[in-house]
Design a protein around this ligand. Sequence first.
Ligand code: NAP
Length: 342
Amino acid sequence: MANDGGARMRDRILVTGGGGVVGGAIVRALLAQGHTVRSFSRGDHRWLRELGVETVRGDVADLAAVESAAAGCDAVVHAAAKADITVDPAPFITTNVVGTANVIAACRRRDVGRLVFTSTPSVVHDGRPIEGADESLPYATRFEAAYPATKARAEQLVLAANDDDLATVALRPHLVWGPGDEQLTGRIIARARAGRLRLVDHGHAVVDATYIDDAAAAHLLALTALASAAGRRAVGGGALFIASGHPLPIATLINGVLGAAGLPAERRSVPFPVAHAAGVLCEALWRATRRRTEPPMTRVLARQLATSHWFDLTAARRDLGYRPSVAPDDGFERLAAALRGR
Ligand SMILES: NC(=O)c1ccc[n+]([C@@H]2O[C@H](COP(=O)([O-])OP(=O)(O)OC[C@H]3O[C@@H](n4cnc5c(N)ncnc54)[C@H](OP(=O)(O)O)[C@@H]3O)[C@@H](O)[C@H]2O)c1
């Protein structure tokens, strides 16, 4: 770990999935703080090199490749994951579970002292409403999709790995959105443009989403926390919810994004049983025909759109000093400016 005069740490950090939405925001935030960043992922992300990031191509399922990417790094942020809603579980297991085990093994073999894992609140979501729960909420015992199931397994591996040689923490940013995000933001806009967007149960379910910059800032705070003995005692081996601290009806979030894109608000709604049945049908059809694309609806998506889920951020505020800085209205303005710029 390099230290420029004692005032501020400058580290060499490996970000897996640095070319993705969340990983990319983490990379930019690390660079802004003067860290040296290496990104590891399968694709060629030229824009990362243009920012001065060292890019290494490889698959997290390949231990030798991950180990070589981790060489010489002070810390790893493991953000790479298969994070979509496709229905074949095999690639989720390979990337999310085997890949995470490889990242842990690579840290140990290359004497990397800190590992921050990008997890998700989906690991505790069993389909029932969650309103203001904290990290004492247990993992869900059954999952309706491979993504949350494999992220839960991966998170457990990361937390169990925490020891004197490797300090680990998992962050669970909820519904990350903002410019560049295609999963939530881009999907809302694309579906609205195609005339295929509907609210579920009128969008009354309350959620607390995370603006992309706050998600990135939380990762930097976690890296800093793991660098001190006190921080390791506070957060090592634990998981922390991350969000904006502004729970709001999901219709407000969706229509705020549409407004930022210059699109009219969506009022059309389908009842949850209809959305869920569509999810059951789509998943069965996609499985039977071995389609690799994302179905338009899944059981999990239907539940996410119809069920309140927001979390108590006390632990992240107390143990990381996390202060979400982008409230939803501010985020809508920033998104609008970014979309206009594009
Ligand atoms: N977006 C959200 O709302 C949200 C919420 C909570 C948690 N998260 C977590 O945040 C992380 C990033 O998600 P995201 O939304 O930013 O997804 P994303 O844009 O799809 O980014 C995922 C990144 O992982 C890389 N990747 C995927 N499979 C890989 C493999 N087998 N080997 C190496 N790299 C691989 C991809 O790059 P290549 O394709 O080039 O390999 C991509 O850069 C994930 O861990 C996800 O679980 C996201």
